[in-house]
Design a protein around this ligand. Structure first.
Ligand code: HEC
Length: 171
């Protein structure tokens, strides 16, 4: 190498020493254990994974992305038999075996549940309620809207009760 370059190269290396190339792996901008994950860039949309929702109220104005029609309700009925009857009972009357030992699940035809928006019911299934567990693991977003369609079918038989708090609910 031409000797003319040695002096500037040496200066450059001296200048960078310990700054551009830190000697220790700990001195790096990487996330450390228990650090909070970086927020997603603005405008990102999820393409997979499990939907997060802090509170069921946050979804109360969400409209169903597909019609809550007979086909959706029929799919919802099958999912209801898998995920819901242990607490809400085979016909959604709140008499499932778990309700004997757990905060009792309400009759899904209760007037106060009939009065909920579709988005609120979807939010309850996604984020959970007070005693109602979140259902987002093991169900897709479409499954949960289909379940809302089925709950609406149950309610179309007629709503019961007075506009009092849902069991387990506080006014
Ligand atoms: C472990 C028992 C349990 C399971 C399983 C369960 N629920 Fe619930 N659910 C409850 C309880 C208890 C409440 C009342 C208190 C609350 O809202 O958290 C409730 C409340 C509800 C409400 C009323 C929300 C409101 O306040 O308007 C709806 C709708 C509902 N459940 C639907 C479902 C559906 C659909 C499934 C199945 C995907 C399901 N639940 C599975 C226990 C359960």
């Amino acid at each position: 190498m031409n000797a003319r370059w040695l002096a500037p190269l040496g200066l450059l290396l001296l200048g960078c020493n310990g700054r551009m190339w830190p000697a220790s792996m700990e001195q790096q901008p990487a996330l450390q254990p228990l650090d909070e994950a970086r927020p997603a860039p603005a405008g990102s949309i999820p393409v997979g994974g499990v939907e997060t929702l802090e509170d069921r109220e946050d979804d109360k104005d969400s409209p169903p992305p597909h019609p809550l029609d007979a086909a959706a309700s029929a799919r919802g009925a099958k999912l209801f038999a898998i995920h819901c009857i242990a607490c809400h009972g085979r016909e959604g009357r709140g008499d499932g075996p778990v309700s004997a030992k757990f905060p009792p699940a309400p009759n899904l035809r209760h007037v106060s549940i009939c009065a909920r928006s579709d988005g609120f019911l979807y939010g309850t299934l996604t984020a959970g309620g007070r005693a109602m567990p979140t259902m987002r693991e093991g169900t897709t977003s479409q499954d949960r809207w289909d379940l809302v369609a089925f709950v609406r079918t149950l309610q179309s038989e007629g709503c019961v009760g007075k506009l009092a708090p849902v069991p387990g609910d506080t006014p």
